[in-house]
Design a protein around this ligand. Structure first.
Ligand code: FAD
Length: 341
C-alpha cells in the first residue's frame, strides 16, 4: 500500500537542491505499489513522473502531478560462459553501488562509469557515459513497464536506440515507460580496459601501475572525478548541464579559421564534436554568476546553485549562455539536464 504525501518540496530529493512543490509524492518498492501509484494518477487525471536519484533534473516550476520515487531493489547475475556474465539490477539500486559490486566480483565493463550519481534504472535514459565509455558498450537488455497498458516489456540493445546522451526513452518513449530492471553483459576475464582518456593514463603512471586491473581503473576514475567535479553536497548541480555540440566538418573548418585553437574530436559521418565547456569559457561565463546560479569555476559545463537559487535562476542562466554561444559561434547548445517546466 503506497503512502502519499501532498504538497511537498522536492528540493532534498534532487542534487540541484532548488525548491519546487509537487502536488503528490510517493515512494514505491514493488511493482504492485508502482501500479497503485499509476492508478492513483490516472484517477486524479494528473501526470506521473518517475524519480531516481534526482541527479539529472531541474524543476523550474511547481509540479502539478505525482512524483514516484522508484525504490525497486535487488542485484542478480547469471554466468553466460567462462568469459561473460549477465549482471542485472533493479531500477532503484544506486548506480555506483552496482558498479562497485560488479568490480569487486571482477566483472569488467562498467569501471570507467564509477561514481556517476543516480540510479541504475535511469542509466539507459541518457546512455550515461564518462571517460570514453557509455553504458551502450555493455548494455544487454532492460525491462520496462508500459504505463498505459500495465504490461512489462523487454527492450534489446537495438530497441533502446542509444545515441550520445540519448535513447528511445528520452525521445519516442518519453513518459510512456518506467524502467524496472537493467541487464549488462560484462566480462569475467580478458577485460577490455579503456584508458584512452589522458588523465587516466597520467594517474596510472603516477601510481606506477603498468598492468592495471579494473579495480585500478575504478580507483583512478573516482580520484579524477573527485578532483574535477563539484560535489552536489557543497554546491547543488546536475553534472554537465549541456551536451557537447556536434557540427558538420564544413562548419568546423570555417570556425577553425577564426579560432585556430578550437578543441575538437572528429566523429564519423563528417561531423565534429566541440567541448561545450570551451565554448562557454570563450563567451566569458566560466566562474561567473547570475543571481544565485553560477557557472563552475573549474568546469564550465557545470551550472551550480550557490545556495539559494531557484529553478528559474538556473534556467535563465542557461538561456543566457545558449544565446551568447549562438551569437559568437553560431552553435546551438542543447541542455542535457531534464527540465521540468
Ligand atoms: C556531480 C554529477 C556528475 C555527473 N556526471 C555524469 C557523467 O559523468 N555522465 C553522465 O552521463 N551523467 C552524469 N551526471 C548526470 C546523472 O548522474 C545521470 O544522468 C544519471 O543517470 C541520472 O540518474 P538519476 O537516477 O539521478 O535520474 P533522475 O534525475 O532521478 O531522473 C532523470 C530523468 O529520468 C526519469 N526517470 C527516473 N527514473 C526513471 C525510470 N525508472 N524509468 C524511466 N524514467 C525515469 C525522470 O523522470 C527524469 O526525467 C552527473 C550528475 C551529477 C550531479
Amino acid at each position: 500500500m503506497i503512502t502519499l504525501q501532498e504538497n511537498i518540496d522536492i528540493k532534498e530529493f534532487t542534487t540541484f537542491k532548488v525548491p519546487s512543490i509537487c502536488k503528490y509524492f510517493t515512494e514505491i518498492t514493488t511493482i504492485d505499489e508502482l501500479q497503485e501509484a499509476i492508478d492513483f494518477s490516472r484517477k486524479k487525471k494528473l501526470p506521473l513522473m518517475p524519480l531516481g536519484g534526482g541527479s539529472n533534473i531541474l524543476f523550474v516550476k511547481p509540479f502539478n502531478g505525482l512524483v514516484v520515487k522508484i525504490n525497486l531493489k535487488g542485484i542478480a547475475e547469471t554466468f553466460k560462459n567462462d568469459d561473460y556474465v549477465y549482471a542485472s539490477a533493479y531500477a532503484g539500486e544506486n548506480w555506483d553501488d552496482f558498479v562497485q559490486s560488479c568490480v569487486s566480483k571482477n566483472y569488467g565493463g562498467l569501471e570507467n562509469l564509477s561514481l556517476i550519481p543516480g540510479n541504475v534504472g535511469t542509466s539507459p535514459l541518457q546512455n550515461i557515459g564518462a571517460y570514453g565509455v557509455e553504458i551502450k558498450d555493455c548494455f544487454f537488455s532492460l525491462k520496462a513497464l508500459h504505463i498505459e497498458s500495465g504490461k512489462v516489456e523487454t527492450f534489446t540493445h537495438e530497441s533502446c536506440n542509444f545515441g550520445y546522451r540519448e535513447s528511445y526513452f528520452k525521445n519516442e518513449g518519453k513518459d510512456k515507460y518506467i524502467i524496472l530492471e537493467v541487464t549488462f553483459l560484462l566480462t569475467r576475464r580478458n577485460h577490455k580496459l579503456h584508458m584512452e582518456y589522458g588523465a587516466i593514463q597520467e594517474e596510472l603512471i603516477k601510481k606506477n601501475i603498468s598492468n592495471p586491473t579494473i579495480q585500478d581503473v575504478r580507483e583512478v576514475v573516482m580520484q579524477i572525478r573527485k578532483s574535477k567535479l563539484p560535489d552536489p553536497k557543497v554546491y547543488g548541480n546536475a553534472g554537465s548541464f549541456f551536451k557537447n555540440p556536434v557540427i558538420s566538418n564544413e562548419k568546423f573548418e570555417l570556425l577553425q579559421k577564426d579560432y585556430p585553437t578550437i578543441p575538437h574530436y572528429q566523429l564519423e559521418n563528417h561531423t565534429v564534436k566541440i567541448p561545450a565547456g570551451w565554448l562557454i569559457e570563450q563567451v566569458g561565463w566560466k566562474g561567473r554568476n547570475q543571481k544565485q546560479a553560477a557557472v563552475h569555476n573549474k568546469q564550465a559545463l557545470v551550472l551550480i546553485n550557490l545556495g539559494n537559487a531557484t529553478g528559474n535562476e538556473v534556467y535563465d542562466l542557461s538561456f543566457a549562455i545558449i544565446n551568447d554561444v549562438k551569437d559568437k559561434f553560431g552553435i546551438d547548445l542543447t541542455r542535457e539536464v531534464n527540465i521540468i517546466s
